[in-house]
Write a new protein. Structure first.
Length: 265
C-alpha cells in the first residue's frame, strides 16, 4: 500500500527520473565469447556436470569483457573446484529479458537437458512494473518449460538484487524500485519453497554487498568481473552443498524433485 501511495504521489517525478536515467545510462555490451563450453579436464574420467544458465543481462555477462570473466565462466570454473569434476555449461540469456520474454526466447532456442539450472531474471520484471502475482505465474510457466524440456535435478532461482543500492538510479526512484524488488522476492521465495527450488538471495551469499558496489561495472547497474567471480563462487558453494550425483539405476538426466533453500540479483 505504501508503495502504491508513493507511486501515485511521486508519479510525475518517477517517470521523469526513469526517462532521464534511460537516456543517460551507459549501454554496455554482453560479454563476448561462446555461449557454451566445457570447464575442467574431460579426460579425468568423471562425467561432466551439465549446467544451464537462463537469464537477462547479468546472466549474459554485461559488465565483463568475456564469458570467462562473466557469471557463466566464473560459476563453471568454481564448480570444477568445488566438485572435482568437469562442467559442461550452456547459456541462454539476453539483455532486457523479462520472465515472460525468457519463455519465448527458450522456445526459439531450446536448451539441451541439464543437471543444474540457474535462472537469473527479475530486474526487468521490476522495471516493467510486473505485479508480483503475475510475475510468479510467469515463473511457474517458465519452470514447467524448463522441467519438461531440460529435466534438471537441481534448480536455483536468483532473487532480484537490492536495486536501492544501484549507483545508476537516483533517489527516490531507487527507493521505489528497491521496494518493488523486495515484494517480488518475497513472492518468489514463497513460490520457490512450494516447488522445491532454491531461492538464492544475494546478500545472504555475499554479505558485504555494500562495499562490493565498487566492484560493479562502469554503468553503475551491472556487476563487474570481480563481483561476477564472487557471485559465481558463492553459487558454486551452494550447489556443492546440495548436489547429489545420480545413483545406481538413475541416469544423469532423470528428473528428481529439486531442493529448497528459501531465504536479494
Amino acid at each position: 500500500m505504501a508503495g502504491t501511495f508513493t507511486k501515485l504521489t511521486l508519479g510525475p517525478l518517477l517517470l521523469a527520473q526513469g526517462a532521464r536515467t534511460c537516456r543517460r545510462a551507459l549501454q554496455l555490451p554482453e560479454a563476448a565469447g561462446p555461449r557454451q563450453g566445457l570447464a575442467g579436464d574431460a579426460q579425468a574420467g568423471a562425467s561432466p556436470l551439465r549446467l544451464l544458465i537462463v537469464g537477462d543481462s547479468s546472466a549474459a555477462g554485461v559488465g565483463a569483457p568475456t564469458q570467462d570473466e562473466a557469471l557463466a565462466g566464473q560459476l563453471a570454473q568454481a564448480l570444477v573446484c568445488q566438485l572435482g569434476q568437469p562442467v559442461a555449461w550452456q547459456l541462454v540469456a539476453r539483455t532486457g529479458l523479462t520472465t515472460q520474454g525468457a519463455i519465448a526466447w527458450l522456445q526459439e532456442r531450446p536448451p539441451a537437458p541439464c543437471d543444474v539450472v540457474l535462472v537469473v531474471l527479475g530486474v526487468n520484471d521490476v522495471l516493467a512494473q510486473v505485479p508480483p502475482a503475475r510475475a510468479v505465474a510467469e515463473r511457474e510457466a517458465l519452470w514447467h518449460h524448463l522441467r519438461e524440456r531440460c529435466r534438471p535435478r537441481l534448480c536455483l532461482w536468483s532473487a532480484v538484487p537490492p536495486l536501492e543500492q544501484f549507483p545508476l538510479l537516483p533517489w527516490p526512484l531507487r527507493s521505489v524500485l528497491g521496494h518493488d524488488a523486495r515484494r517480488l522476492n518475497e513472492a518468489q521465495a514463497r513460490w520457490a519453497v512450494e516447488r522445491g527450488i532454491m531461492h538464492v538471495a544475494l546478500p545472504g551469499t555475499l554479505p558485504d554487498w555494500r562495499p562490493a558496489v565498487a566492484e560493479m561495472a562502469e554503468d553503475g547497474f551491472h556487476p563487474g568481473p570481480a563481483l561476477y567471480r564472487r557471485w559465481g563462487e558463492a553459487l558454486a558453494a551452494l550447489i556443492a552443498q546440495r548436489w547429489q550425483p545420480a545413483g545406481p539405476g538413475l541416469s544423469a538426466g532423470a528428473h528428481l524433485p529439486t531442493l529448497a533453500l528459501a531465504r536479494r540479483t
